[in-house]
Every structure is written in structure tokens, then in C-alpha cells.
Design a protein around this ligand. Structure first.
Ligand code: PSU
Ligand code: MN
Length: 322
């Protein structure tokens, strides 16, 4: 059951004054996840990047809303102290969307994945988020059935996710097929090559691309005309070619990571963190540097998209995102 965001009881979430004011006055806001902070990036880089990403959103003219669950309260916008807590507290729980009500009922802290972040963002009335690479269909999913809840959440929630495609550890072709089945539009930003997270081109082609944030805002508006309640869009934003991980090197290390996770029988939500940390080790930290560039680039673009959406709405010409 879903109500228009304007009638959602805001008591369900804690907003910072800054985020509440921005939403109240129609200013652009960008949602940011915390699973990448607690599980996706190693310490102490994770906290540095989390702060840099917020700064990048601000510099591009939008308000960052980093999302987490704290003491069972969905929290939209974190203080620096809270951000540090997410980056350093041992045993932080990784929350997918299905975990949200359970974490709330138990009064615990948790870091939100893309699936959980878009769920809470939409509840608060935020319709653009940035991450590194989306979750998707894992290799070997035919046996393991491991398909990230990120995909279903993006089908359901009216949030545009800016990502460098999906994590390269995934079965990219199967993920693209799954998004087609679910009805999730995938649009390349200034490219028809679907990005490969730490590499600029996954080798898969896209049917659609846009060259500026306004064009994304127009697509979002058209989606709302057809169905005001449902569905987000994946805006695929590749890392610059001169910043990417060398593709051949990436391929070799990834093969090693997959073999090792198989051997160690890594399953469930441990898979993604395992593969990312394996790649960090084997690339002597280079994968983390590229991951940082990826997230920063996506944060900048997400801010531009949020601005274009806000401008379209204030003109009354872009349709309503809520
Ligand atoms: N992208 C990154 N690093 C990450 C993730 C995404 O660059 O750590 C996280 C996101 O939170 C994403 C999650 O939602 O991994 C997907 O995990 P799973 O495959 O367990 O659904
Ligand atoms: Mn999974």
C-alpha cells in the first residue's frame, strides 16, 4: 500500500532540519546510502569518501541526505557524528528493504543498501539517489538464486538511481535482462555503452542515452504521467576512461575473486562485501580509489538531476514526482 509522499506521516522518519527545509521548499535533495560506507569501502577510506560525497552533492547545488537506521529510527540526513558512527561501529548490520521494519521493531542501528535507501527516500519525498554500482543478478544465480533486492526496489520506488551500472562482480547480462523484465528503464549518461562499475564499459549496449540532466528530468516526468506511484530509473554514468581500472587486470582479479568466494562458500548478503574486499587486496587498494571516483562522479550527476527535476517542478511543466 502506498500513499502519495505528501501524505506520508513524516513521524515515521527522522529528518535533519536541513533536509526537512529543503524538501519543504522544493529544493533539490540527493539520497545517499550507507551500506557502501559500512560494508562496501574499507576503513578509514569509507568515512573520508562518505564526507567527500556529501560535499560533492553540496558543491553541485543540492542537499545531501545520507540515510541509515539509528536506534530503530529511519534517519534521513546524518550529522557528522552519525556518519562517523556508520563508518566505524563494529558489526553494523547491512539492511535491505525487507530488513527495515525488523530493525525498526528491534530498535537497532543498520546501514541501508540501495533497496532500503530508495524505500526510505521515497517515503520522505526524495526522488534521486547516488551510489557506486547497483546490486543485481549474481553469477551462478541459476544455482544460488542470488538476485539483489535492489532490482525489485527500483521497480517499486519512484527514485532515479545514478550508478556506474551494476557491480562488476555480477552477471551483467542477466541483470540487464532482469531489469527489462521488471520494467526498470536503463539510460546511459552520454553513452550507449553500459558501464562496468570500476571499468567504463561493461561490453553491453543500451537502447537509450541522454546528454544532459534536463533530458533525465523529462524522462522522469513522462514516467510519472504513466504511473505516478511506481518505478524508478537507472541512470548509468560511466567512470572516465582515464580513471578506470585497467579492464584486462580487472578481469583477471575478478576471476580470482569469484573462484575464492566459491571455494569459501560465501553466500547471501556477505557475497558483495567479500568480492569487493578481495578486489581491494589484490589491486593494492586501486579498486577502492576507482570506487571513490565512481561514487563522486555519480553524486555530482545526481545533484544535477535533482536540480533539473526541482526546476521542472517549480515551473509546473515537469509533472509531479510525487
Ligand atoms: N555499490 C558499491 N559498493 C557497495 C554497494 C553498492 O559500490 O557496497 C552495496 C549497495 O548497498 C548495494 C548492495 O545496494 O551493495 C547490494 O548488495 P546485495 O548484492 O547483497 O543486494
Ligand atoms: Mn544477494
Amino acid at each position: 500500500m502506498r500513499r502519495p509522499a505528501s501524505t506520508v506521516p513524516r513521524a515515521a522518519v527522522d529528518l535533519t532540519d536541513e533536509v526537512a527545509a529543503a524538501l519543504g521548499s522544493g529544493k533539490p535533495v540527493v539520497a545517499l546510502e550507507t551500506a557502501i560506507v559500512s560494508h562496501g569501502l574499507p576503513r578509514p577510506t569509507n568515512l573520508v569518501v562518505a564526507r567527500e560525497v556529501e560535499a560533492a552533492v553540496r558543491a553541485a547545488g543540492a542537499v545531501p541526505a545520507t540515510i541509515a537506521v539509528l536506534g530503530g529510527r529511519p534517519t534521513i540526513g546524518l550529522s557528522d557524528q552519525q556518519l562517523e558512527h556508520m563508518a566505524t561501529a563494529p558489526g553494523m548490520i547491512k539492511l535491505s528493504d525487507r530488513d527495515l521494519p525488523l530493525a525498526m521493531a528491534q530498535g537497532v542501528d543498520g546501514a541501508t543498501t540501495v533497496a532500503a535507501t530508495v524505500t526510505l527516500a521515497a517515503l520522505a519525498g526524495i526522488f534521486v539517489m547516488a551510489t557506486g554500482g547497483m546490486g543485481g543478478v549474481h553469477r551462478g544465480a541459476r544455482e544460488s538464486w542470488d538476485i539483489s533486492a535492489d532490482l525489485m526496489a527500483l521497480r517499486r520506488e519512484p527514485v532515479t538511481v545514478v550508478a556506474a551500472g551494476v557491480k562488476s562482480v555480477l552477471d551483467v547480462a542477466a541483470t540487464l535482462e532482469q531489469m527489462e523484465t521488471l520494467g526498470v528503464p536503463v539510460v546511459g549518461y552520454r553513452t550507449r555503452n553500459f558501464p562496468g562499475f570500476l571499468i567504463s564499459d561493461s561490453g553491453h549496449r543500451l537502447d537509450w542515452s541522454v546528454d544532459d540532466p534536463q533530458a533525465v528530468a523529462e524522462m522522469i516526468a513522462a514516467m510519472r504521467v504513466l504511473d505516478p506511484q511506481h518505478g524508478g530509473l537507472l541512470l548509468a554514468n560511466p567512470v572516465a576512461v582515464d580513471l578506470q581500472l585497467d579492464p584486462a587486470w580487472h578481469g583477471r582479479i575478478l576471476a580470482g575473486a569469484l573462484a575464492q568466494s566459491d571455494k569459501d562458500e560465501i553466500r547471501g548478503k556477505a557475497v558483495t562485501p567479500f568480492l569487493l574486499s578481495y578486489m581491494e587486496r589484490e589491486t593494492q587498494g586501486r579498486s577502492v580509489q576507482v570506487n571513490r571516483e565512481v561514487v563522486l562522479g555519480n553524486a555530482r550527476l545526481a545533484a544535477q538531476v535533482a536540480r533539473a527535476v526541482a526546476a521542472a517542478r517549480s515551473l509546473g511543466g515537469g509533472g509531479s514526482a510525487d
